[in-house]
Design a protein around this ligand. Structure first.
Ligand code: FMN
Length: 178
């Protein structure tokens, strides 16, 4: 891997599957990626920043405003990243990415970065099949964003259908590993 292809940003959003992103983070590090995690404020309701800081061995970005350097972090990360993975990807972040909305650290990074992108959606099946979500998925697919899932099965809210996040080991198969 080149330094750029090794530099991966992992976006974690506010869905119950956020805890599974910890395993994905760990698998990415083991596969040789230098993982930089950006969490949404809502993701913090499901899993702690410390988990990702420890597993990734890098600082975690949550706030757009709490900057470690003179350079805005979303620009600094976008300049270096060779891969962007969002897991779990909420209906909300898919909508923001499709429209270019940039109102927090993760969506602002997504609106700055234009390289290889893999998303692993996770949501209630009714959200996944909603016309608004279908439109956003079509827009992102047309732009070359790769969709790892979602898969069919029971989801945390009790429903059964397509909306379950793909298992982290399966998501790994969608990432460029050389
Ligand atoms: C308990 C709970 C679980 C949720 N799970 C999901 C989910 O799996 N997928 C999803 O798209 N939204 C889910 N939501 C709704 C999102 O948290 C909400 O849309 C939020 O605005 C997403 O913010 P973010 O994309 O900035 O993280 C859930 C909400 C709650 C309260």
């Amino acid at each position: 891997m080149t330094e750029r292809s090794r530099f991966a940003v992992l976006g974690v959003t506010g869905g119950i599957a956020a805890y599974k992103a910890a395993e994905l983070c760990s698998l990415m590090v083991k596969a040789g990626f230098d993982v930089h995690v950006i969490m949404t404020e809502n993701a913090l309701r499901f899993v702690g920043e410390l988990t990702f800081r420890t597993l990734s061995r890098n600082p975690v970005t949550v706030s757009l405003w709490d900057q470690p350097d003179w350079r805005p972090e979303h620009v600094a990360l976008a300049d270096r990243a060779g891969l962007f993975v969002v897991a779990p990807a909420t209906a909300d972040i898919l909508a923001k990415m499709a429209c270019g909305i940039a109102d927090d650290a993760l969506s602002t990074f997504a609106a700055t970065y234009a390289g290889p992108t893999v998303v692993a959606p996770a949501m209630n099946p009714a959200m996944w099949s909603h016309p608004a979500c279908r439109k956003n998925v079509a827009e992102l697919s047309a732009r070359g964003v790769i969709f790892a899932g979602p898969v069919c099965g029971p989801v945390a809210c009790g429903a059964d259908g397509t909306g379950r996040m793909m298992a982290p080991a399966e998501i790994m198969k969608f990432l460029p590993l050389n």
